[in-house]
Ligand binder design. Structure first.
Ligand SMILES: C[S@@+](CC[C@H](N)C(=O)[O-])C[C@H]1O[C@@H](n2cnc3c(N)ncnc32)[C@H](O)[C@@H]1O
Length: 225
């Protein structure tokens, strides 16, 4: 994970709030306290009899070490997992197909969008892609470049952008920092944005996140998947 000294944090914060956006609103979410990303993944593996798991961004294997499945690959250029590469380098060389892919690498819009589209290309027909950190509660948690340690980045923008595509069915489950859920199915609720994706600010997310991300509860998730 990127190390930030206090000067970098300070200057990035001032830069962001002066030149990009300053907004004080804070969101409160209903994330279940006792149900985590590994519980959701275990649920999906058991329900669908999945055998091939890919994780992008593993850090200290907080998640990777808990996954029980026949075949698991964890990609991280720095630590954890079992493949020491960036996601771009991994996907360029990869010819394996996966049932379930958990994306949690670099939390910037461009990189997450690339990770999702590359994942779609190596996802089996009944497979599923999960994307961590889709629901920041404040401006500072989503600012890019990062200026605080607890950080979701602007992953929400990648989900919002791809919600406009006809061939991906996307929801976001309200749990564990917001988990994007993507299947290779026809989009049953195409998002119509009224401004270009690059002009969206946290203020827009704050007002429209339920529609942008197509937020569902864990109970709703389990009825659909
Ligand atoms: C938030 S941590 C992952 C946490 C872990 N998946 C979990 O569930 O607890 C993000 C990780 O992404 C890795 N990372 C950063 N850039 C990356 C890239 N381009 N490709 C793959 N991983 C990347 C970092 O090294 C870091 O370990």
């Amino acid at each position: 994970m990127e190390k930030l000294n206090k000067f970098t944090k300070f200057f990035r914060k001032i830069y962001y709030q002066t030149f990009v956006e300053s907004f004080k609103g804070k969101l409160t979410y209903n994330f279940p306290q006792n149900y985590h990303r590994w519980d959701l993944i275990e649920y999906l593996i058991e329900k669908n009899n999945y055998s091939d798991y890919l994780e992008i961004g593993c850090d200290q294997d907080q998640l990777f070490s808990k996954i029980r499945i026949n075949n698991k690959k964890g990609v991280d250029p720095v630590s954890g997992g079992n493949i020491r590469k960036t996601s771009d380098d991994f996907f360029q060389a990869n010819d394996e197909m996966f049932d379930i892919i958990f994306i949690d690498g670099l939390h910037t819009y461009d990189q997450v969008k690339k990770d999702i589209l590359n994942s779609v290309d190596c996802l089996k027909e009944n497979g599923i892609i999960l994307v961590h950190d889709c629901m920041p509660d404040s401006l500072s948690k989503q600012a890019v470049p990062r200026y605080r340690m607890i950080w979701n980045g602007d992953v929400w923008k990648a989900i919002t952008d791809l919600r406009q595509k006809e061939d991906l069915e996307i929801f976001t489950c309200e749990m564990d920092q917001g988990i994007g859920v993507i299947k290779k199915n026809k989009n049953s609720s195409i998002l119509n944005l009224n401004k270009p994706i690059n002009n969206l600010k946290f203020r827009d997310y704050y007002t429209n996140y339920k529609e942008y991300l197509r937020v569902i509860s864990l109970e709703e998730f389990k009825k659909i998947f």
